[in-house]
Design a protein around this ligand. Sequence first.
Ligand SMILES: [Zn+2]
Length: 385
Amino acid sequence: MDERTIEKIFDKIISLYEDKFDKKSKPRNGEGTVLASIFLHHKIFLDIKIICLATGIKCLNVNEMKRENKNGKLLHDSHAEVLCFRAFNRFLLELMKNHEYVDEDDVLIKVDVNKFEWNEAWEIGMYVSELPCGDLAVIHEQHKKTTREYQEWKDDEVKQYVDENIKTILRGKNNIKKTGVVRTKPGRFDSVATLSKSCTDKIILKQRIGLSSGLLNLLINTKLQLKYLILPNVRLHNKGNVDEILVKSLKERMEDTNIHIQFIDKYFEDNINDYTGNITHKRTSNEHGVMILKDDEYVNEPLQDGVKLGYKAKKNSLTLRKNCESLISRFSMLQLYQSFNKIHEDSYIQTKTLDSKRECLKGEVRNEMSSDGWISNIEDDFCVI
Ligand SMILES: [Zn+2]
């Protein structure tokens, strides 16, 4: 994609952020966040369609996920990239519901009752305002000119792992000299661990098994993959070409040479890190949310601690509040899926594992990414009826 098109896409995303994105999902003064967006680009007509925007930099830890009655209502991982993948799935499920033969933009082609194909004229792209956490951010740190020396870790130091028997999954940003391994979401060393994998790892996993979730995959015959990934140019002086190293590492782990990973010299103003050279220290924003295209309008949903803003459970309460679930929670997605797939009234896990091929592939890819084994996040099963 040429530079002009990349800039055009960036400008569109930023103007949507400025004009349409809910203020309650934006950082306040002195705070910063990460912005991610999924867009479509028409190969022939060159149209650009922005599907969703998300901000977010927080993730629930193991303790926070132990609430009762969560029933798929909590979002475990609220990093912008992950919210975006979920929002993209929601957009497509909505498009499939009430779908006649073609939708207005021909994104999906209906081939049978509740069976669709992707219109290959539309290419899928993702923009992230920050180098995604995990390997990409770690490679950047390694090359950053810094006065602080990073701690040297020996392989037998168990503190760097989430599980000492699984040495191919590192905890957060520990052992920064090591790359090519799965990492959990970063957090302070003294904080309660999260089991969510880093955004770099989730992007790799999605690229290899497909962007559609277990539910969406039951309805679509096409494996959806990113054609473009647009990241900020991090401009490191005298340290060789980091961009090339980032691209090489990511493509190798994705086992995908066709994806275009491109860097842009324009920056998102509310970004947590400043790449323009003005060293400002922003606090991490608690405000976050998603915006999804639906029937030519954008639907906003500000979020808070894994639920809709304003629906946070009381402190020390083990139960969630009624109607707290986000549009992109597992609960809401299963509800939407079942609203036009009445034949399946199974539980969430029963439904998504109907696609045994995808489950198998997921297992294989996880095995390749972490040969010592995988550490799964807590996954609750539930029914919506
Ligand atoms: Zn992240």
